[in-house]
Design a protein around this ligand. Structure first.
Ligand SMILES: *[C@@H]1O[C@H](CO)[C@@H](O)[C@H](O)[C@H]1NC(C)=O
Ligand SMILES: *[C@@H]1O[C@H](CO)[C@@H](O)[C@H](O)[C@H]1NC(C)=O
Ligand SMILES: *[C@@H]1O[C@H](CO)[C@@H](O)[C@H](O)[C@H]1NC(C)=O
Ligand SMILES: *[C@@H]1O[C@H](CO)[C@@H](O)[C@H](O)[C@H]1NC(C)=O
Length: 480
């Protein structure tokens, strides 16, 4: 059945207003149906976003970014750290294949290489403790040897749990890894590379029921934390300045800090709500635009990457059901709430993705004529193992439905995840397809989009852009 093209022709895009200086986006792709990379890059440009952070060096994403002028942080996943650490020639090959290859006029403007992602998280049980620094060293040295190390810096995006402190001014690196952190900081400093940290006020609230809600936001209303006369009114500043103190403690209090991830999810928890996300970003962006800085680094602009661009329905939910709902845009590139990236607090929406193609308007729901319902629980569990049912949970958008509602939600989620394959809406006769939208005001029964692979050939792209991309791709091949 023909997919319907969403309003591609009628969207009139005003010249993109430039986003706040220093603002970037995390572009994660752990979705059953990721948006086509070209659509994503166009959307970034339509929104005036000039920096993007990837979690890999996916060729299609890099090709789409070629010639865009968008500054890119590429990444080496944790699973590849050992390879990079164990042999310098591996790091050299990686740099050649994933950085050098794109480094030409009209190629990709790579600024940073993220070596691993939060490798010292306690949940990794120290698996990456011994290999992260050698990997960082090998990659930066390979960049240096390739003659691009002055422009392209390796850094390690770290979770804020690498440091602690009762008060920001008492910040220090976690004792078990303080020696390692000191060595990392010294290596970064020697190469004029930034420290990268992910800061999540949402998680402060999620992990501690006694956390003062207003302290997670930027509009006051909570008792300030008094640090020797310096008043902290939000946990973001307190967290950032704890890092500044920890850096000072190892002799590098002036090291540039990049906030690699910051954001607020919109579903999957009682505090993961559209209204709260809107409030969080509004406060954050206003402060960014005003270059407020933090008490330890006042009047400075902060380079930061919002997490994230779009929802990812295939992310692990080990940290919590909210994991799949971090997008400032939905899975299909539609904005969820008003957000002004210029930081002027205007009531504007992000420019949606253009040219997105949807699957047909077919949902899958419970078959109310089914006689034997004894397997229903098992079938729901099966569907939810392979599809995203997090909106059904407590505090989420589809919580509180009856058994039939739950079953329909699960069956539809599975059916869409399976790209509406006919056999994916059967469940031994317990499910039937329907053309009637079962969504309610609060709960969306989604229709999936045509996945990247399916739309690559047909995505409407302006002729000029297509040629530019083709040329860039040809150069990429030549330079490999
Ligand atoms: C870490 O250790 C715990 C308990 O020993 C284990 O359950 C978990 O799977 C381990 N995680 C990793 C990433 O190895
Ligand atoms: C890291 O190195 C230390 C010291 O050599 C060793 O005791 C530890 O087992 C290593 N950890 C891992 C995960 O390999
Ligand atoms: C619907 O599913 C949710 C999430 O699994 C569960 O908490 C709730 O009890 C279910 N409701 C019914 C009526 O089965
Ligand atoms: C459901 O999706 C529509 C767009 O298809 C959107 O306008 C609406 O806000 C969504 N509702 C929820 C609760 O996410």
């Amino acid at each position: 059945m023909a997919g319907l093209v969403m309003a591609a022709a009628v969207v009139v895009v005003a010249a993109a207003a430039a986003a706040v200086e220093g603002l970037g986006m995390n572009w994660g792709t752990q979705a059953t149906h990721p948006l086509p990379p070209k659509v994503v890059v166009q959307m970034l440009r339509d929104n005036g976003i000039t920096k993007v952070k990837l979690f890999d060096t996916d060729f299609a994403a890099m090709s789409a970014l070629a010639g865009s002028g968008i500054e890119v942080m590429v990444a080496i996943p944790n699973k590849d750290l050992n390879t990079m650490a164990s042999d310098y020639s591996n790091a050299q090959s990686w740099v050649k294949k994933n950085v050098k290859r794109y480094d030409f006029d009209g190629g990709v403007t790579i600024k940073y290489v993220a070596v691993g992602n939060e490798p010292f998280l306690k949940t990794y049980n120290g698996s990456f403790i011994n290999i992260t620094l050698p990997a960082l060293q090998n990659i930066q040295n390979a960049l240096n040897d390739a003659g691009i190390g002055d422009r392209i810096k390796a850094t390690v995006p770290l979770n804020a749990d690498v440091y602690d402190g009762q008060l920001p001014s008492a910040g220090r690196f976690r004792p078990e890894i303080s020696g390692l952190m000191t060595d990392i900081v010294k290596f970064l400093a020697k190469n004029n590379a930034p420290f990268t940290v992910n800061i999540y006020p949402f998680l402060s609230l999620y992990l501690d029921d006694n956390f003062p809600v207003n302290y997670a936001f930027f509009d006051g209303g909570s008792t300030p934390v008094n640090d020797g006369g310096v008043l902290y009114t939000n946990v973001f500043d307190a967290n950032f300045d704890t890092l500044v103190a920890a850096l000072k403690g190892v002799g590098h209090g002036d090291m540039p800090i990049i906030v690699g991830e910051v954001g607020w999810p919109t579903d999957g928890d009682k505090n993961a709500k559209v209204a709260l996300a809107q409030r969080f970003y509004a406060g954050l962006l206003k402060r960014l635009a005003a270059n407020v800085g933090t008490p330890a680094r006042p009047n400075q602009y902060i380079e930061m990457y919002l997490f994230g661009l779009v929802d990812e329905d295939a992310k692990s939910v080990a940290p919590g059901s909210f994991e799949r709902h971090w997008g400032v845009l939905r899975y299909d590139g539609q904005p969820k709430f008003a957000m002004d990236l210029t930081g002027q607090g205007r009531n504007t929406m992000l420019v949606p993705a253009r040219g997105v193609q949807y699957l047909s308007k077919t949902w899958c729901v419970i078959n109310t004529n089914a006689k034997d319902l004894s397997n229903l629980g098992d079938k729901i569990n099966f569907a939810c193992t392979f599809a995203d049912c997090t909106p059904l949970g407590f505090g989420s958008s589809c919580n509180g439905m009856d058994t039939n509602g739950n079953a329909s939600y699960a069956f539809n989620a599975y059916f869409q995840a399976q790209s509406q394959k006919e056999e994916a809406c059967n469940f031994q006769g317990l499910a039937v397809p329907t053309q009637t939208d079962p969504s309610t005001n609060a709960c969306n029964f989604t229709i999936q989009i045509k996945s990247s692979a399916a739309t690559t050939a047909t995505a409407p792209v302006a002729a000029g852009a297509l040629v530019a991309v083709a040329v860039a791709a040809a150069q990429l091949l030549l330079l490999w």
